[in-house]
Design a protein around this ligand. Structure first.
Ligand SMILES: Nc1ncnc2c1ncn2[C@@H]1O[C@H](COP(=O)(O)OP(=O)(O)OP(=O)(O)O)[C@@H](O)[C@H]1O
Length: 273
């Protein structure tokens, strides 16, 4: 990483990253007596691939759920596009342009790939039933636009050959790709990926890594992902937050966190004071 300024920085591979789009300030989240997140701050910048990693139970899913509005922290602030975000429901967060995937795939199994990806456009479907009834033209135009985006995403993620296949018949790796397609169909400003490589074989992981990089490159989408396998995110991410027992123990480029002694200890299972 070169020349980190408020306006942005240049990555090792020469990509230009912009200013801060989301800032988490002193976030704490408790479930009864369990402290899932303790006083964590970090930011996400325009166009970067940002990872949150950590061993099992570190608090990564909790953090993703805070960002996507599923959990509300007891303390701390979330700033999005320069504004303090009030507590919001997940659908309101989605309306602000933050789309996500789920660790345990959340697709409509009985529906085709195409129909599943179309559900990613619901936020853009403005013509309600009433408008459709009185103004067929508008609804038709909208449908054409939505289809165009969906077809582009389907082509891009190379799932044309299965577009009419019910999701229930697909192998795991392809289901994960369909989930990515559905999130991408929403044309999000920030794409949140919940353990995108979990349960995949080596080849599927390589494919998913390539698609994540291509999405970022082609659409300029800002991507934040959580993952507990440190290896897979190191080649992918521009900057990495490392969590352990609800705390942030590292934050920086992959090289910086790889050489951080606290991070090494956490992954080797060295006891903490
Ligand atoms: N809904 C909940 N109710 C109670 N405790 C919870 C809840 N969700 C998470 N926790 C607890 O918060 C802590 C952090 O869990 P979290 O799932 O965020 O970690 P994680 O890093 O995502 O783990 P993993 O890699 O295993 O998914 C754990 O101690 C967990 O048991």
């Amino acid at each position: 990483m070169k020349d980190m300024t408020p306006e942005g920085y240049t990555t090792e591979d020469g990509r230009k990253i912009g200013g801060v789009v989301m800032e988490m300030k002193n976030i704490s989240l408790r479930f009864g007596g369990v402290v899932a997140i303790k006083d964590i701050s970090f930011d996400i910048r325009q166009g970067e691939i940002r990872a949150i990693i950590g061993p099992n139970g570190a608090g990564k899913s909790s953090m993703l759920n805070v960002i996507s509005g599923f959990y509300h922290p007891q303390e701390g602030e979330i700033w999005y596009q320069g504004k303090l975000r009030p507590p919001m429901k997940p659908y309101e967060v989605a309306q602000q342009g933050i789309a996500r995937t789920f660790q345990n795939i959340a697709l409509f199994e009985g529906m085709t790939v195409l129909d599943n990806v179309m559900t990613g456009r619901i936020r853009q479907m403005k013509a309600g039933l009433f408008a459709q009834a009185i103004w067929k033209g508008k609804a038709e135009r909208e449908e054409v636009e939505n289809r165009a985006v969906v077809e582009k995403v389907i082509d891009f993620l190379e799932i044309q050959h299965i577009r009419k296949t019910p999701v229930s018949r697909l192998p795991y790796g392809l289901k994960k790709r369909v989930e990515l397609a559905r999130a991408l169909a929403a044309e999000p400003s920030i794409l949140l990926l919940d353990e995108p490589m979990a349960g995949m074989n080596v080849e599927e992981k390589e494919d998913m890594s390539r698609f994540i990089l291509d999405v970022n490159d082609e659409f300029g989408t800002t991507i934040a992902l959580i993952e507990h396998d440190m290896g897979v995110v190191m080649d992918l991410s521009d900057r990495v937050v490392v969590m352990d027992y609800g705390r942030k123990i590292g934050d920086g480029t992959p090289d910086e966190v790889r050489n951080n002694q606290d991070v090494i200890d956490a992954y080797l299972g060295v006891a903490h004071d």
